[in-house]
Design a protein around this ligand. Structure first.
Ligand code: IMP
Ligand code: MG
Length: 187
């Protein structure tokens, strides 16, 4: 069904549910510029590979990369975890593997959001078996109250409450990824 792009509206109605603005495009871009600067500085003597976790991270990955001012490479994993709704299935499946040879390379995993931590833990374990030189994780959003797995997140855009969010890559039943800001389910 084709509805118009809903970016920057005051609210987004999905059936009986209402989403309200949480992080504006300006706030997001400002924070990404800071993250890009910090990561560029830390990796300036290395040639890191940024590894985006699809689908959710595509927009963050794109904007982050524009703020990286050192040489780097890019690759993607595709995971499927959430099914189509708001609650995680608790299972993660690898849908697309990396193309790059990551042995002895410096890796930066790029996530849209860390919720329970299951996806990141799954990716970390898969990657460690290939013996990279180093591995760090950057996520735009982290829900600290929601973490169930022990994971180390090295760069965090924003810590947010344990509430469902959409926009800027994040979906609800595969929709709303194209919004340029982030909305939260209001209660
Ligand atoms: P985790 O494996 O529980 O940490 O969940 C990570 C993945 O679930 C993210 O990469 C997202 O794709 C998805 N996810 C978690 N929380 C949300 C949310 O609030 N909105 C949309 N997707 C989410
Ligand atoms: Mg994701």
């Amino acid at each position: 069904m084709g509805t118009i792009k809903t970016s920057d509206k005051d609210e987004i109605i999905v059936g009986t549910e209402k989403f309200v603005p949480m992080l504006s495009e300006v706030e997001i871009q400002k924070r990404i510029a800071e993250l890009g600067k910090e990561i560029s500085e830390e990796y300036k003597t290395k040639l890191p590979i940024f590894i985006g976790i699809l689908n959710g991270s595509f927009m963050f990955m794109s904007d982050l990369m524009k703020n990286i001012n050192i040489n780097c490479e890019i690759d993607f994993f595709k995971l499927s975890s959430y099914g189509d709704e708001k609650i995680s299935s608790g299972r993660v499946k690898l849908v697309k593997d990396l193309n790059a040879d990551i042995t002895d390379r410096h890796l930066i995993i790029v996530e849209d959001i860390v919720d329970s931590g299951l996806s990141i833990k799954y990716v970390e374990e898969m990657i460690q078996s290939h013996n990279p030189a180093s591995m760090k994780v950057v996520t735009l959003l982290l829900k600290p109250e929601s973490l169930k797995y022990e994971v180390k997140i090295d760069y965090i855009g924003f810590k947010i409450p344990n509430k469902f969010v959409i926009g800027y890559g994040l979906d609800y039943a595969q929709k709303y990824r194209n919004l340029s800001s982030i909305y939260v389910l209001s209660d």
